[in-house]
Design a protein around this ligand. Structure first.
Ligand SMILES: [Zn+2]
Ligand SMILES: [Zn+2]
Length: 249
């Protein structure tokens, strides 16, 4: 199913009213401190707003990771050829680790709206340059998604899609291998672990420019494998946007 980014005014009003009612029953938790957000129009405590560190330039020209001085590429990208074209991330990993953990494993799916809105705002220049036909979240394996109840990358992509008014294809990629969690492996094992990890589920969808969405970018092994599948399916340019990135996660 495609989630079109465009919503008419009527739907927007309904969404706001529904959100308001839902927040009375299920108060929102702050993505930083996890307390209940007391200001009804906000999704984060005012005091927590500055605690998430935006990745400041200079960035790696390939993966968007922070680089020292004026280096064009990070260590990883200067050693290795990636299969995607270029990517950017929003936050430095340090300072977001606990929040991301709760977002992925702690049932805090509500963080997606805040994170999605932040990505939409701060990565809008990247989006304007790239102009993707669609956003494609990195999928979880079916079993893992059932266990967890949701896929955080899909929630992010949908929040972003609404903000940027671009279609989201949550089921275009399918994870065919229930892989070992990447954080337990070294970079070479990570790449092998993911070989042929993704399939394309539809042959009626032709996307020239895609933007893959994920929560964390580390070595790029996951994005590379997704890019491989998308390229085989005819995508000409593949970018990614991630919520956070850092080395050695
Ligand atoms: Zn807070
Ligand atoms: Zn890089």
């Amino acid at each position: 199913m495609i989630y079109a980014g465009k919503e008419n005014q009527h739907q927007n009003v309904i969404r706001r009213v529904t959100d308001g009612l839902v927040r009375i029953v299920y108060p929102l938790h702050c993505p930083v401190c996890d307390d209940i957000v007391s200001v009804p129009s906000e999704r984060i405590c005012t005091g927590c707003l500055g605690k998430l560190k935006l990745l400041a330039p200079p960035w790696c020209m390939k993966c968007g990771k922070k680089v020292e001085d004026d280096a064009e590429y990070c260590m990883d990208c200067s050693r290795k050829e990636h299969l995607y074209d270029r990517g950017r991330a929003l936050y430095e990993y340090a300072g977001t680790a606990e929040s991301i953990y709760r977002f992925k494993y702690g049932g805090r799916r509500e963080y997606a709206e805040f994170f999605g809105a932040e990505m939409a705002e701060y990565l809008s220049d990247f989006y304007q340059n790239v102009k993707p036909d669609a956003l494609v979240p990195i999928p979880l394996h079916k079993k893992r998604k059932i266990q967890r109840g949701y896929n955080q990358a899909e929630l992010l992509a949908k929040a972003l899609g609404r903000q940027w008014n671009v279609p989201v294809y949550p089921n275009l990629l399918e994870r065919v291998k229930n892989t070992v969690p990447q954080k337990k492996l070294n970079p070479i094992e990570r790449q092998n672990n993911l070989k042929k990890a993704f399939n394309i589920t539809r042959n009626d969808v032709k996307l020239k420019v895609t933007m893959v969405i994920d929560d964390i970018y580390t070595t790029g092994a996951t994005i590379d494998e997704a890019a491989r599948a998308l390229r085989e399916a005819g995508a000409e340019r593949i970018y990614f946007a991630a919520l956070t990135c850092g080395a050695g996660i």
